[in-house]
Design a protein around this ligand. Structure first.
Ligand SMILES: Cc1cc2nc3c(=O)[nH]c(=O)nc-3n(C[C@H](O)[C@H](O)[C@H](O)COP(=O)(O)OP(=O)(O)OC[C@H]3O[C@@H](n4cnc5c(N)ncnc54)[C@H](O)[C@@H]3O)c2cc1C
Length: 388
């Protein structure tokens, strides 16, 4: 019997879990290591918007097209983790009104099905909206449950033979005599011992930590940890995702999550994703923005505040201009280290596509012809992760 190709994935966020699912379906023996629990990085502290792409359809069309394509696929394969209630972009002033034609043209260019409705109709659908709204556009946004989504990918990977090693922090890489990666050394944070994991390919799926992880072996990955804040209020005041009809900015999305609404977010760069300062001014800013979209937020209690860092790819742009698309690095090409690949950037909404691109690269490097099956394979229940 030929032995199975072995893949070691570092990071069990959306990207690592989706990649474990993809590679397991392609016949790999997969081990996933995370220094914490599943989704204990950015994935467990995300807003939860299943993007329609509307947010990016004017200024970042590559990301917008990825979002609408993956939105449709995730609704099909991960329906258990998604509330598909749709979303609204609402215009609240003349600036937003001037943006409306650009938005409609961008949505059409990116093939996002949108429908402009009257402010009266929008208020019938969502009575808590700011009654002064001037325009409204329906979009196919949804809301996902972050932990369940990551676990559903992981559970399906486990059903297909993958192994997960939470609380294993990768501290070193192992190389052969030619300088190519053949495995990692990880500290088991439970027993304090170090363990070796060997494989045919090592994949860095550590999101905002991708630069830090790569620096262990002296490699530079241009990821910029870009945190944002989210504030939850303890009443479900809307059933649809409410977006401000303008270019992406701070505090312009209010989403329903279970019995709450959550406003987000901000965007600033930090050196170290392990240290994100919490700024009280940002909490106040989010409250003001939420009240502007849905004034009834002022009648609710704040339920919680959380932050995490986006893994954005560094380009000559800065801040909100950084693209929300993703990138896969083959370190054979850039640093002549074979057996080591990094995937970073992107969004939760596009994690399946990120996994597909990475698995394609891994297969072509190892001369394996297995094709991607994740578009059509429904994920098993997230609960099954705990059955193994
Ligand atoms: C404020 C905010 C709001 C967002 N909102 C949305 C949204 O509404 N919709 C959407 O689609 N996207 C959203 N995103 C983006 C999305 O959350 C991220 O793109 C996604 O979670 C990144 O997943 P990941 O698996 O790449 O990284 P992570 O989830 O961060 O996973 C990386 C993992 O690597 C592990 N790790 C790090 N170093 C090591 C090591 N040395 N050894 C072992 N493990 C290690 C970490 O513990 C972590 O679990 C948001 C992001 C932010 C910051």
């Amino acid at each position: 019997m030929p032995t199975l190709p072995e893949a070691i994935i570092i990071g069990a966020g959306f990207t690592g879990c989706a990649l474990a699912h993809d590679l397991s379906l392609r016949g790999f023996k997969v081990s996933v290591l995370d220094r914490g629990e599943i989704a204990s990085g950015t994935s467990g502290r995300t807003h939860g918007l299943l993007h329609s792409g509307g947010r990016y359809c004017v200024n970042d069309q590559e990301a917008a097209i990825e979002c609408i394509e993956e939105n449709i696929i995730l609704r099909r394969i991960a329906a258990q983790c998604i509330e598909y209630n749709g979303g609204l972009f609402i215009g609240l002033n003349e600036r937003d009104q001037a943006y409306l034609p650009h938005f409609m043209a961008g949505a059409e260019a990116c093939k996002i099905p949108v429908e402009q409705i009257t402010p009266q109709k929008a208020l019938q659908l969502e009575p808590n909206l700011n009654p002064a709204l001037l325009s409204a556009v329906l979009v196919p946004d949804g809301v996902f449950d972050p932990l369940r989504l990551a676990l559903a990918f992981a559970a399906t990977a486990v059903e297909n033979g993958a192994s997960f090693f939470p609380h294993h922090e990768v501290q070193e890489m192992l190389f052969n005599g030619s300088g190519n990666a053949i495995g990692v050394v990880a500290l088991n944070r439970h027993d304090g011992k170090k363990y070796e994991f060997r494989g045919d390919i090592v994949i860095n799926a550590t999101g905002a930590w991708a630069g830090k992880l790569a620096s262990l072996v002296g490699i530079k990955v241009p990821v910029v940890p870009t945190p944002g804040i989210m504030v939850a209020y303890n009443q479900r005041l809307v059933n649809r995702v409410i977006n401000r009809l303008f270019e992406p900015g701070d505090g312009d999305i209010l989403i329903p999550q279970r019995r709450m609404v959550v406003i987000g977010t901000t965007s600033f760069e930090v050196e170290d994703p392990d240290y994100i300062p919490l700024d009280q001014d940002q909490i106040k800013q989010m409250y003001d923005c939420a009240c502007h979209l849905v004034p009834a937020v002022s009648q609710t209690l704040q339920r919680g505040v959380y932050m995490s860092a986006r893994p954005l790819i560094k380009t000559e742009m800065t801040g909100r201009s950084l693209s929300r698309t993703f990138k896969c690095y083959d370190h054979k090409e850039s640093e002549n280290i074979d057996g080591f690949v990094t995937i970073t950037g992107g969004k939760a909404t596009t994690c399946r596509a990120m996994a597909e691109k990475t698995a394609d690269l891994v297969c072509s490097k190892l001369g394996i012809s297995a094709i991607c099956e994740t578009k059509e394979t429904p994920l098993v229940s997230y609960r099954k992760f705990f059955w193994h």
